[in-house]
Design a protein. Structure first.
Length: 209
């Protein structure tokens, strides 16, 4: 069974361990989430739980979504996600930050900060050209095509939109859990801006360290 919860990014701070070491942490308001729907192998072909997080105005919620949530006895929710193999929790049951404890390893998925239009150096971490001897190739992309094709092939790393894409950080450590305030404090940074919604899941053990 894989645990998971939706959370809102509050911001970053630092904590001190018993030895006096400073640990940078990201504070996340984890839940409470509600189970909206259960997917089963017999009906849907796979096992999953659909969970919801955050409140939403009924006026700004599509009617099909209102009906979907009403069947579960829930008010309109802002974010819905599916968690594969997340157990057999009942519809309407609550998921809180208490499912995790200090020392656990988790994977965090969110939408990274949008950086707008960026050059190839910033976007793809390219090196620069020489800045001496009259060189004009300081921040140029260099060759973008081949000799025989006489055109630019697809997939060439060039300037363009940077960020605002789905990103996952793996193997973050849960430093502290504040169950009373539904707060999780994870060591390091997580994708997204402040108040952004992220998905926290049990770490993929093969990818952790």
């Amino acid at each position: 069974m894989s645990r998971g919860i939706l959370a809102r990014k509050v911001g970053m701070t630092q904590l001190f361990t018993e030895r006096g070491t400073v640990v940078p942490v990201t504070v996340l308001e984890a839940g409470p989430c509600r189970v909206v729907q259960r997917k089963t192998t017999a009906v849907d072909g796979y096992e999953a739980l659909q969970i919801g997080f955050g409140e939403r105005s009924p006026k700004r919620t599509p009617k099909p979504l209102i009906g979907h949530l009403k069947r579960a006895g829930l008010r309109p929710m802002r974010t819905l996600v599916e968690l594969r193999d997340a157990g057999e929790a009942g519809i309407g049951s609550e998921i809180t930050a208490e499912i995790f404890s200090a020392g656990d390893r988790v994977d965090v998925t969110g939408v990274s900060k949008g950086k707008g239009f960026a050059g190839q150096h910033k976007r793809h971490n390219f090196g620069r050209g020489p800045v001496t001897h009259g060189s004009h190739n300081i921040r140029q992309p260099g060759s973008i095509g081949s000799v025989d094709a006489a055109r630019t092939l697809r997939g060439v790393k060039m300037a363009g939109h940077l960020g605002a894409s789905r990103s996952t950080v793996k193997g973050l450590e849960v430093v502290r859990v504040d169950a009373a305030r539904n707060l999780l404090m994870l060591k390091g940074a997580v994708p997204g801006s402040r108040n952004g919604v992220v998905l926290i899941r049990d770490a993929d053990r093969e990818a952790t360290f």
